[in-house]
Structures are given as structure tokens and as C-alpha cells.
Design a protein around this ligand. Sequence first.
Ligand code: SAM
Length: 221
Amino acid sequence: MRLRNVRGSREAIAESEYTINLPAEYKGRWKELFGNDNPIRIEIGMGKGKFITELAVNHPDINYIGIEKYSSVLIRAVEKRKELDIKNLFFIRMDAVEICDVFDKEEIDRIYLNFSDPWPKDRHAKRRLTSRQFFSRYNEILKTGGIVEFKTDNRPLFDFSMEEIPETDFNVLAYTYNLHGEKDKRLFEGNVTTEYEEKFVIMGNPICKLVAGRKSENTIN
Ligand code: SAM
């Protein structure tokens, strides 16, 4: 993705009350930040934050943390967040490769991956957010019954994910190659679109979605 540098975004994020600057300090204690025991769901690579912000507004009884590595994008979510009177949404600027330093075992209820960067070269496969390396990190932090949801219009990335996930401690529990077209009830129900999804749907690209859960559990909570 080509990024326009937004001047001052890094500083504005560091000063914002909605971004956590030293997230590792909250490892095992995120519920203290939210002040409740509600489930915590994260989106990795949240971009400008439309999806996670809408979820947070619609579900005040669930806590959300958006993770994004670039300040120039994250700043847009932080700006929108200021206008909302909600208590269940925070952001972290970091590379998700570090998530196990930030979240403890069983701390996360659900992980959302939306329109993740494809990293098309084979030698970069481990950077894909649906690689076995990332799923082994998700295994560390997801609670029992926790799931990973992934949406993309990128068919090669989706095909890779469908083959990769069974090689990990997870299985694909449900999937579709045309989320909006088939309107598969279970997968489409309550669908909240992301910025990229809106663009691709207008362009007519089919959107693929899968839900993954641990092989040992095989349930969707
Ligand atoms: N999820 C948004 C959507 O669907 O509109 C944005 C999609 S955009 C193609 C992918 C985003 O993921 C980018 O903003 C990128 O910076 C972020 N990203 C990619 N790899 C990441 C990583 N390892 N850690 C954190 N953010 C990442």
C-alpha cells in the first residue's frame, strides 16, 4: 500500500488518550484499562478504523483494540474516535509481529484480519497475517473458543490461507468465496464493511471470508 506521510501524525498519536504507547505494560491487565471483564477483540491492520469503530459503537459490551503499524493511517481513526462518546475502543501503533509481547495467554476473544497485505513473494510468506507464523502467535493469545475472522478480495492470499490454516493448530470452520453475492447467512449476518471492502464491492470484486478456530475446539462462539 502506498502511504502519504501525514505530518505530525506520530506525535498526535503519542499524545492521544485513545492510543496506548507502551502496550506491553498492559500484558495480562487489559481488562483494567477497560474497567470491566468484557471480551476483548482485536483487529490487526485496521487502517483508518471504519470497521472496528463501527463494531465498538454497535457493541458497547465488547472491548476493542485496533492495531495498525503506520501513524499516517492510524491518525484518521484517532481523529474519528475523538468525536465518539464510547469507552470500549483503544488503538495501538505497532507491528503485529510483536503481539505476544502485548497480550497474555487467553486474553483475546477474537481476532479480525481485513484485507491484509498480500506479500505476494514466496520469500515474504511469513509476513502474511494468515501465515503459520502468525497463527502460532494467535494460538498464544486467543482464549478457549476464540476465533479468527479473515476477509479479503485477494484470491491468491485467500487460497494460501485456506491451505495454510490446516497446517497450524487451527482449522477453517466456515468460508465463502462470495460474501456479498451469496449472502451466506452465517457469514454475512451483521457484516460490517471495511474501507477496502466498500471500494472492492463497488468495483464488483467478490469478497472471500473465512472463520478459523482451534482444531481441538471446533466451535464458533
Ligand atoms: N483493514 C483495513 C481495511 O480493510 O480497510 C485496511 C486494509 S490495508 C490493505 C492493510 C493495513 O494493514 C495497512 O494499513 C497496513 O499498514 C496494516 N498492516 C499490515 N501489516 C501489518 C502488521 N504486521 N502490523 C500492523 N499493521 C499491519
